[in-house]
Design a protein. Structure first.
Length: 164
């Protein structure tokens, strides 16, 4: 499994979904997909996760995110060079992380903000309501990081090789 292929499909799916939202929805429009569970709500997010740096001047924010993405790319590249080719789950996780990072990077470079649209605000857990709207790239980064952590914690062969 090649990280480049996974990343390519993540970026393609992310950018296509954002294009469709921008093309067919109005800013702030919300379309219920599953009642009381998930809606498509179109917003532009100038910041990162949870609105981090959203109110920071763009001349600071954009270079910061570009540098962070380049740094993450170098880490992913270095890490993937250490992973044996048969470690498909680790490769999948890195492909998801890198593809998600590139999907949001494209938005930041070309539009100075990221299109978000997946709204699970209606879901609650122990009286906690998830208040953020996110996108396919954010989801892939989260799934990739979670998968990498689970592998690192529970796969004994990875722990013994010291590459997790």
């Amino acid at each position: 499994m090649k990280i480049r292929q996974i990343s390519f499909w993540v970026v393609l799916l992310d950018q296509l979904s954002k294009y469709l939202i921008v093309r067919f929805c109005h800013m702030g429009q919300s379309i219920v997909i599953l009642k009381n569970i998930v809606s498509l709500t179109y917003i532009d997010n100038p910041g990162a996760a949870f609105g981090f740096m959203a109110n920071t001047a763009s001349w600071i924010r954009i270079p910061f995110f570009i540098l962070i993405t380049i740094g993450a790319g170098l880490i992913v590249y270095a890490y993937q060079r250490l992973i044996p080719s048969e470690r498909n789950w680790q490769r999948l996780s890195l492909g998801l992380i890198w593809g998600g990072a590139m999907g949001n990077f494209i938005d930041r470079v070309f539009y100075r903000q990221v299109v978000d649209f997946i709204d699970v605000e209606k879901i609650s857990f122990l009286n906690y309501h998830f208040p953020y709207i996110f996108n396919v790239a954010d989801s892939c980064i989260t799934v990739g990081l979670t998968l990498l952590i689970v592998i690192s914690l529970f796969d004994k062969s990875v722990q013994s090789e010291g590459i997790a």
